[in-house]
Design a protein around this ligand. Structure first.
Ligand SMILES: Nc1ncnc2c1ncn2[C@@H]1O[C@H](COP(=O)(O)OP(=O)(O)O)[C@@H](O)[C@H]1O
Ligand SMILES: [Mg+2]
Length: 252
């Protein structure tokens, strides 16, 4: 069993106003080490904004974010990533004209802080590490393939490998299975769950597919109109009236 006692990530009354709109309204999250936490809620509930506030890609209006007890509210996003809290960016961050190998290699070079030699000195620089990461997401066979030619699902896998290059302790995924076939969505989530266990990672993911949410999450948080209205284990969230009526169409 996982040790679910140690809080790794906490938010205190985290808030974002866009003009008069409270997109995220005094959200208190408490995420334990090793936990797989899903965030659900209708479109526009504030899920993505909440994630972006935590990694400070969107500036918060008020409230606090604590990583392992340390206040990271106003830290720069790259500092937060270096502290082990990383959001996986989807597709847009891939260098589509470069191979899978090169995409991961560049991520590793950045991680090693060699910002002045963005291009590797040798083509196989950090090669073992690169191949290990590609292998861990199941695409080592496509190492020499250009990112642009991968299937959508494999592009997601490559994005995850690039994020893993930063050695995250807490990994954020915003709708990881959106746009991929259901079978591949399940395969992707199983892979992420196995990686979380192997690498001792805590996972926070936004997901609209309720089958995936109820299959993979240890805890589910429900957002509505910027507020966190419930956090509980899947069996309890199934009984939540708001979730049943407004979100799951009255039945699961
Ligand atoms: N940059 C922005 N400027 C103004 N309003 C925004 C901005 N980003 C998001 N919003 C609004 O904040 C609310 C929450 O959006 P979002 O976090 O994307 O919701 P979700 O991810 O749950 O679908 C929505 O009403 C959205 O229109
Ligand atoms: Mg969103």
């Amino acid at each position: 069993m996982k040790n679910m006692n140690e809080t790794v990530l906490k938010t205190e009354k985290l808030t974002k106003n866009f003009g008069a709109l409270k997109a995220v309204n005094e959200v208190d999250l408490d995420i334990k080490r090793g936990e797989i936490r899903a965030i659900i809620g209708p479109n526009g509930a504030g899920k993505s904004t909440l994630m972006d506030l935590i990694v400070n890609r969107t500036l918060s209006s008020s409230g606090k974010v604590l990583l392992r007890g340390q206040d990271i509210t106003h830290k720069k996003p790259f500092k937060i990533a270096n502290m082990g809290l990383c959001k996986c960016f989807q597709i847009s961050r891939l260098f589509s004209g470069l191979t899978c190998f090169e995409n991961v290699q560049i991520a590793l070079i950045k991680k090693h802080g060699k910002v002045y030699c963005f291009r590797p000195q040798r083509p196989d620089y950090l090669g073992d590490e690169v191949m290990e990461l590609l292998d861990s997401v199941g695409i080592s066979g496509q190492a020499k393939e250009k990112a642009a030619f991968l299937s959508y699902g494999d592009q997601r896998r490559l994005e995850i490998a690039i994020t893993l290059a930063l050695s995250p302790q807490v990994l954020f995924l915003d709708e990881p299975t959106a746009g991929v076939a259901r079978g591949e969505g399940y395969a992707l989530m199983s892979m992420v769950r196995d990686l979380a266990v192997k690498r001792d990672m805590t996972l926070l993911f936004i997901e609209h597919d309720m089958d995936i949410v109820f299959n993979y999450a240890d805890q589910i948080s429900v957002m509505e109109h910027g507020r966190l209205i419930a956090t509980d284990v899947p069996s309890q969230i199934r009984e939540n009236e708001f979730v049943k009526q407004a979100y799951l169409g009255g039945e699961i």
